[in-house]
Design a binder for this molecule. Structure first.
Ligand code: ZN
Length: 428
C-alpha cells in the first residue's frame, strides 16, 4: 500500500477503520488492515470524510471586496450595481490571480470540487477566458467546472444569447440562466425553455439561478421542472437558490414538490447568502428566505448547499469553508435533529457531488482516493467546530496539512492543553 490511514471514523458511523490506498485509489477499507503502508497516518478516531464539494460559487467576483468600493447598504441590488461598476475595469490577470488565490484557500479547507458560475454578459468574455485558464491550471488538484451565467438576463441583456453560446463553444461546461431577472414572468419562462433546449441539443447540464426573490408568485422552478421533463434532462438540471419557495402558498408547494422530484431537478440552497439578502423588504416578522430544505429532501429531491460568495460585492465574509455553510444551513433550516445535522453534512459532500455528477466520489474501494481528515469525531462535531482540516488528500497525494487546533491554558493546578473536541458522555 502507498498510504494507510489507521483508526478512522467514517461519516456513516463506522469506527476504527483502516483505509488503504494504492495508485491513487482506495484499495481497502476495513478494521485491522494487515497490509503495511509506505506511509502510515494515525487518525486517532477522528473523522475521515470525502472532500467538500461546493455546488454553487462565483469565482469571477471572489476576493474583490472593496473594489471599486464597499457595498454600503449590503443589499443584493447594490451588489449587482457594484459588480456592474467593477466589470468594465477588470483585467484578465487580476481575475486569474484572485481565482487562483481562492482555489488555494479551497484546497486548504478540503474543498476539492467547485461549480462556479461565470458572467457571460461582458462582450469581451474576459472572465470566461480567465476562469477557463484557471480551470486548466488547477486541474491537477481541484475539479473546477464552469456555468455560463447571463447575470444581466438572457433576453434583457442585448448580446447575452450570443455570448452564452460563445462561452459554451470555448469550453464552459454547464448552461446557466436567471429567469427571475428577465423583464416579465413570460420572458423568464421563455428563457428557461430556450436554455433547456440548448442544453439538450449539446448534451450539457443546466444550473439556473431560479426564483432568487421573496416573491411568493415567482414560478420559474415550476417551468424549469416541466422543461426538464419535456427535454429529457432528468437528473442533469439544478435550480439554484429557489428562495421564493420560502414565501409560496403551502397548497401550491404541495403540488410543486412532487413535480421537482419527478423531474429529478437538484435544489441548491445558499444559506449564508440567502439569510443575508432575502427578506430585506420586510419589517417584522422578517422572512428567512432560504428555500424549504427539509421538505425538499423529504420529497426525495437531492439538495446541496453552496457557498455562493466569498469577499465580493454581495458578501464580505467567507473563507472557502463548506462547514461554515453547513453550520448556517443547519440553523436557518432548523435542521437540529440528528438526521437533520447529518443531512447538512451531506449537503456539502455527497449531495453536492451528485449535483455535479462526479463519478467515483466517496470513500469506497475502487474510488479515487480523495479525503479530508478532520479534527472532529463525527459529522456533528465537524459542523459544530468547523473542525480543522488536518490532512487533505487527492488521488492518494497529500495536498495540504495543518496542526491540531489547540490552546495552551495557564491555569493554576489544571491541565494545560485544551482542544474543543468533546465526545458526549466522555467526562461523566
Ligand atoms: Zn449565485
Amino acid at each position: 500500500m502507498d498510504l494507510v490511514i489507521r483508526h478512522a471514523t467514517l461519516p456513516d458511523g463506522r469506527q476504527d477503520v483502516d483505509i488503504g490506498i494504492v495508485d491513487g485509489r482506495f484499495a481497502a477499507i476495513q478494521p485491522n488492515l494487515p497490509a503495511k503502508g509506505a506511509e502510515e497516518i494515525d487518525a486517532r478516531g477522528r473523522l475521515v470524510s470525502p472532500p467538500f464539494v461546493d455546488a454553487h460559487f462565483h469565482m469571477d467576483a471572489t476576493l474583490s471586496l472593496g473594489l471599486p468600493r464597499l457595498n454600503a447598504s449590503g443589499t443584493l441590488l447594490e451588489g449587482i450595481a457594484l459588480w456592474g461598476e467593477l466589470k468594465p475595469v477588470l483585467t484578465q490577470q487580476a481575475l486569474i490571480d484572485r481565482a487562483m488565490a481562492y482555489c488555494d484557500m479551497a484546497v486548504a479547507q478540503g474543498l476539492l470540487a467547485i461549480r462556479s458560475h461565470v458572467d457571460v454578459c461582458d462582450d469581451r468574455l474576459l472572465a470566461t477566458e480567465a476562469l477557463l485558464e484557471v480551470k486548466r491550471r488547477v486541474s491537477p488538484y481541484l475539479h473546477l467546472e464552469l456555468v455560463a451565467f447571463p447575470q444581466d438576463g438572457l433576453l434583457r441583456s442585448p448580446n447575452a444569447k450570443a455570448n452564452l453560446v460563445r462561452a459554451l463553444d470555448m469550453g464552459v461546461d454547464v448552461v446557466g440562466g436567471i429567469p427571475h431577472f428577465e423583464r416579465t414572468m413570460a420572458d423568464g419562462a421563455a428563457s428557461v425553455r430556450w436554455l433547456c433546449e440548448l442544453a439538450a441539443e449539446r448534451g450539457l447540464r443546466v444550473d439556473m439561478h431560479c426564483d432568487e426573490s421573496d416573491d411568493p408568485l415567482s414560478r420559474h422552478i415550476e417551468t424549469l421542472a416541466a422543461e426538464t421533463l419535456r427535454c429529457g434532462l432528468q437528473g442533469r438540471v439544478a435550480g439554484s437558490h429557489l428562495t421564493s419557495m420560502h414565501s409560496m402558498d403551502n397548497y401550491y408547494v404541495s403540488k410543486l414538490l412532487p413535480l421537482i422530484a419527478e423531474a429529478g431537478v437538484h435544489a441548491i440552497a445558499n444559506p449564508l447568502i440567502n439569510i443575508t439578502l432575502q427578506g430585506r423588504h420586510d419589517t417584522y416578522p422578517k422572512r428567512r428566505g432560504m428555500t424549504r430544505v427539509p421538505e425538499l429532501m423529504d420529497a426525495g429531491v437531492n439538495v446541496a448547499f453552496g457557498h455562493d460568495c466569498v469577499m465580493d460585492p454581495w458578501y464580505g465574509m467567507g473563507s472557502a469553508d463548506m462547514l461554515d455553510v453547513a453550520h448556517m444551513g443547519m440553523h436557518v433550516a432548523q435542521m437540529t435533529s440528528t438526521q437533520g445535522v447529518a443531512r447538512c453534512f451531506e449537503a456539502v459532500t455527497t449531495h453536492a457531488a451528485r449535483v455535479l455528477g462526479l463519478h467515483g466520489y466517496g470513500i469506497a474501494p475502487g474510488h479515487a482516493a480523495d479525503l479530508v481528515l478532520l479534527q472532529a469525531g463525527d459529522p456533528y462535531e465537524a459542523i459544530r467546530l468547523r473542525g480543522q482540516r488536518l490532512l487533505v488528500v487527492r488521488r492518494g497525494r497529500v495536498l495540504a496539512s495543518a496542526p491540531e487546533r489547540m490552546t495552551r491554558l495557564q491555569l493554576p493546578g489544571r491541565p494545560d492543553a485544551l482542544t474543543l473536541e468533546f465526545r458526549p458522555g466522555s467526562i461523566s
